[in-house]
Design a protein around this ligand. Structure first.
Ligand code: GLU
Length: 351
C-alpha cells in the first residue's frame, strides 16, 4: 500500500512538473541581418548577411539553457534594408499568436541593424501584450574576430526571460545596453557600439546576464493608443514617404510624391524641422488636398514642437520621433484617423 501511494505521489509530481525547475519559455524569431551573416574570409570586411538559420544562432549560445528554455522560429532571412511593412504585419501577427496562445513567456527578434529601430517601433505600436519583447542583432558577421552576435543574443534572451522587462514596450538590446523602441536609433555605421537614444540615453544595461534598469523616471509611460493587428492583416498600410530638407532643396520630390498618390509626407527638416519656401508652399497645398504632412527633423536631438517657424494650420509635428519613426506612426494613424488634430494627439504621446 505504501509503495502504491509513493508511486501515485511520484506520478502526480512528474505530471505537474513539481520539483523541476521551470525556466521562462522564450521564442527567438529570426529575420536575418548581420547576426546571421558570414564574412567571405574571416579577416575581410566584406560579408553576406542573412545566411545562418535560427537553429545555428541558438547553437552559438549553449549557456542559455541555464536561463531559459528556447525555441526558434525563422520568419524570413533578409538584410534589413529589404524589410517591408508586409513583413512587419506578419511578425506582429506571429507575436500576437504566440502570446495569445500562451506558447511562450517572452520573444526575442533577431534583425539586421539598419532598420531594426523601425520594425521594433512598429511592433511597439501594435503589440498589446505585456510579455517582454526584445530586439537584437550584431554589427559584425558571425565568423569575424570578436563577433558580437552571440553576446547580444544571449543578453536579449536573458532580458526577455526577466519579468522586469515586461510591460515596458518593445525593447532593443545592443552591446549590453537596453533601449526603448521609440527612442533608439542607429548612430554608427560599423562599430559594435552603434545604438543610442540621443535625448534620453539607455533604459538600463545587462550585467552577467542580469538586467539592471536605471531610474524609473527614464521610462516613458506606454502610449495609450495601440493599433489592432487583427485589422491590419487584411489591408495594405497607407503609403507615407519622407522628404529630406537641405540648403537649396526644391519642392520637386514633394510634388512628385503628391502627384503619385502618397497619403502622407514626413518632412525631415533642417534644425527645428524647417524647410524652404518652395516646400512650404507645396506642403500647404498638400494639406488642403487632405494629405497628411508631418514636420520632423534630421537633427538627432531635441525633437520638433509647434511653436516655431514653418508653422501652419493642419500641419502635424513629430515631437521626439525621428522622421523614420514618424512615418510609421503616420502610416498607422492614417488607418484610423484623417483629422490633423487627431493625428497630432498620437504624436503628442512622444514629448
Ligand atoms: N544591412 C544589413 C542589415 O541591416 C546588415 C547590417 C546589420 O545587420 O548590421 O541587415
Amino acid at each position: 500500500m505504501k509503495k502504491y501511494i509513493l508511486t501515485v505521489v511520484a506520478l502526480v509530481c512528474f505530471l505537474s512538473g513539481w520539483g523541476q525547475e521551470t525556466k521562462p519559455r522564450i521564442t527567438i524569431i529570426a529575420t536575418g541581418g548581420t547576426i546571421a551573416g558570414i564574412a567571405h574570409t574571416p579577416a575581410e570586411n566584406a560579408y553576406t548577411p542573412a545566411q545562418l538559420t535560427v537553429e545555428t544562432l541558438i547553437r552559438q549560445i549553449p549557456q542559455i539553457t541555464h536561463k531559459a528554455s528556447v525555441q526558434g522560429l525563422q520568419l524570413c532571412n533578409i538584410a534589413s534594408q529589404h524589410m517591408t511593412p508586409g513583413i512587419w504585419v506578419r511578425l506582429a501577427s506571429v507575436v500576437d499568436s504566440l502570446f495569445s496562445g500562451d506558447h511562450c513567456d517572452g520573444v526575442v527578434v533577431t534583425h539586421g541593424t539598419d532598420t531594426m529601430e523601425e520594425t521594433a517601433f512598429f511592433l511597439d505600436l501594435v503589440n498589446t501584450h505585456e510579455n517582454p519583447v526584445v530586439f537584437t542583432g550584431s554589427m559584425r558577421p558571425s565568423n569575424s574576430p570578436g563577433a558580437d552576435g552571440p553576446a547580444n543574443l544571449y543578453n536579449a534572451v536573458c532580458l526577455a526571460a526577466d519579468p522586469a522587462a515586461g510591460a515596458k514596450g518593445v525593447l532593443v538590446v545592443m552591446n549590453e545596453y537596453i533601449f526603448s523602441a521609440s527612442g533608439v536609433t542607429k548612430t554608427h555605421t560599423v562599430n559594435p557600439q552603434a545604438f543610442e537614444n540621443p535625448d534620453h540615453g539607455p533604459l538600463g544595461t545587462i550585467r552577467g546576464g542580469n538586467a539592471v534598469f536605471y531610474h524609473p523616471c527614464h521610462e516613458r509611460p506606454l502610449p495609450e493608443k495601440r493599433f489592432s493587428i487583427a485589422e491590419l492583416v487584411y489591408q495594405d498600410l497607407p503609403r507615407v514617404d519622407i522628404v529630406l530638407s537641405y540648403a537649396g532643396a526644391t519642392s520637386l520630390l514633394f510634388d512628385t510624391l503628391v502627384e503619385n498618390g502618397t497619403e502622407g509626407i514626413v518632412i525631415a527638416g533642417v534644425g527645428h524641422g524647417n524647410y524652404s519656401r518652395q516646400i512650404e508652399n507645396s506642403a500647404k497645398k498638400a494639406v488642403r488636398q487632405g494629405i497628411a504632412v508631418v514636420r520632423a527633423t534630421r537633427v538627432l536631438k531635441g525633437g520638433v514642437s509647434s511653436d516655431t517657424e514653418n508653422t501652419f494650420e493642419g500641419q502635424v509635428v513629430s515631437r521626439s520621433l525621428s522622421p523614420q519613426k514618424a512615418r510609421i506612426l503616420l502610416m498607422l494613424a492614417l488607418t484610423v484617423f484623417r483629422e490633423p488634430a487627431e493625428i497630432q494627439h498620437l504624436f503628442d504621446q512622444y514629448p
